[in-house]
Design a protein around this ligand. Sequence first.
Ligand SMILES: CC(=O)N[C@H]1[C@@H](OP(=O)(O)OP(=O)(O)OC[C@H]2O[C@@H](n3ccc(=O)[nH]c3=O)[C@H](O)[C@@H]2O)O[C@H](CO)[C@H](O)[C@@H]1O
Ligand SMILES: [Mn+2]
Length: 284
Amino acid sequence: MLYVKPDTLHPPRVDVLAMTPWLAPIVWSGTYNIDILNAQYHQIGIRVGLTVFAIKKYTVFVKTFIETAEKFFMVGHKVNYYVFTDRPDDIPKIALPEGRQMVILNVPSYQRWQEVSMRRMEMIRDFSQQRFINEVDYLVCVDVDMQFTDDVGVEILSEVFGTLHPGFYGASRQHFTYERRPQSQAYIPQDEGDFYYAGGYFGGTVQEVYKLTDFCHKAMMTDKQNNIEAVWHDESYLNKYFLYHKPTKVLSIEYLWDNGFGSRDVLKRRRFVAVPKNHNAIRN
Ligand SMILES: CC(=O)N[C@H]1[C@@H](OP(=O)(O)OP(=O)(O)OC[C@H]2O[C@@H](n3ccc(=O)[nH]c3=O)[C@H](O)[C@@H]2O)O[C@H](CO)[C@H](O)[C@@H]1O
Ligand SMILES: [Mn+2]
């Protein structure tokens, strides 16, 4: 394989942090060579599960989500789309090529949108143990109100990864919207925390995702018994998990962007962007 030699004295990106203090890569365009990575992962022969929840009216997002994933997500690798829904009849049938399939998982819905969002942790945990562990090597767990607009490949894979929230990647600790009430299991003190991770994009090996989702679900259940719910729901518990179980890779804002924020010099590619939605209409 032919490619440009890495240059020890000239890092490819000097405008962004490309490595955490615990030596986990932060994935930005320009910091990796996808051909080298694809060769490595093809040698191993990995299977990736992409989990997505389409409960109640959120089924409208599935078509665009899957169609754009077919163009950009893990192209050339084996992919299972796991669509969790309470309305299996509303999930469109989309023809997929060999090596890629869609699995519809019928699950209960909850009344409050916050609870729908939070219960994803429990369901991903349970299916990880019962099913995903036998079918895929890695899980990628994302929001459904999104579309792929550029490549997302094996460069994201690692034992356990999180993603920088596009609203807070340059912010100081005091501006992170971590849960600040000590009574909550999601509590993070003012002088702790590395990044503000987004609730809508995490993953890793099935075993690591099991651990992460088990922690978050149990923390949420403890809080429920104490009549407290963290300020940003599942996202708050995820941030607590990552504070004390550091991710082995961190995805940059390229992997989770909202065009409502406009553009940024550091943002060379927009790979996965929010689909604009009317919050009131879609959540009720
Ligand atoms: C991009 C991102 O980081 N999004 C996070 C953000 O909110 P968002 O405002 O993006 O939350 P959202 O409305 O997209 O809900 C999260 C997800 O839950 C599912 N859903 C929700 C309601 C419903 O009726 N049906 C349904 O299927 C669906 O997959 C949706 O994508 O904060 C939430 C917690 O407050 C979650 O942590 C989200 O992951
Ligand atoms: Mn969303």
